[in-house]
Design a protein around this ligand. Sequence first.
Ligand code: SF4
Ligand code: SF4
Length: 350
Amino acid sequence: MKFITIDKKDWAKGIDKSRRTYQLFGPVKDENGCKIKELDTGLVPDMDYHESVMSAKSVLFPQSETLLTASLNESVEDHHIMKRAENAYTPRAVLGIRPYDAKAILLVKMNFDTKDYRDPYWCDAYEATTLVGLGITRPGPFDFSTSVGCGPFCEDGLDILMADLDDHYLAKVLTPKGEAYAVACGFDAAADDKESQALFDILRKEAEKNIASSVETDKLKEKVLLDLHEAPFWDEVAFSCINCGTCTYVCPTCWCFDIQDETKQKESSRFRNWDTCMSPLFTRHATGHNPRGVKVQRVRQRFMHKLKYFLDKYDQGIMCVGCGRCVKSCPVNIDIREVCQTMNTYEKKD
Ligand code: SF4
Ligand code: SF4
């Protein structure tokens, strides 16, 4: 670990230099808000952004991704044999990612990179990716990250964490990947480690003071799973939900997908697309049976997965980093903080 100073006058030139080896992604504003997008040549990340509508999850888990391909042309030697698609996993860097979105990638990793199964697509993309974070100095009103093991200057999952200090960035280089990225940019002005850490601590404490929102999760672990599953409050939670799926698409920790096959003339592909547990089609079997055919079952699934199943399975906290996007985006104001409170304090009546 070391600190470096980056003069803002050198920032654009430095990241441009890194394009020789890295594909770059970062926050870009358009008429619909700020998104984390690929930065084409000449495009500089908008490092003054407050929050992005979508997280950086699509850098590792694209909305649509080809997994396998096969040729149906019988004159080709290995026709009808599905093979892994030739996706490129060249080095890439996400600039200005918020700490909660980097922490979310670690939670998603628990699902895609287990001791029994490794999703090669997600894992190869993860290994190719360097996360250059930007600390949050002005948290938004929906941010409750500090109460779920994260926070505005959380370092979990990041390779570099930067603090914006008006005319320069102070960067804490956390991993060898971060070190390699700094070298590729030519950023090498060392800063005093002790003073820099003290400054980071001040900034972190100031930012954390501005987070007014929180959730309590301390009793979730001890709750009996079936008691929560059968609790009477789910009808009320689900009542206004229109199953639009927005909460899951904007969530940096949601990973549901659907697999489809498509054939065009003699070429066949199998690809996966983001899906949502809020959609009735997501769980409909080929027989027509649907284990979550009723809205309340789907709403319950979303919250039980995030706040109970994940916690019970991994014992690493809940599957939420407190970014607040789902709260802000839900058209009918369903609020995970309220649902979490209801679950955390629920007592079954005999
Ligand atoms: S965003 Fe709100 S209305 Fe839409 S699926 Fe999620 S909880 Fe339901
Ligand atoms: S559940 Fe909501 S607050 Fe939690 S990480 Fe997902 S979008 Fe953010």
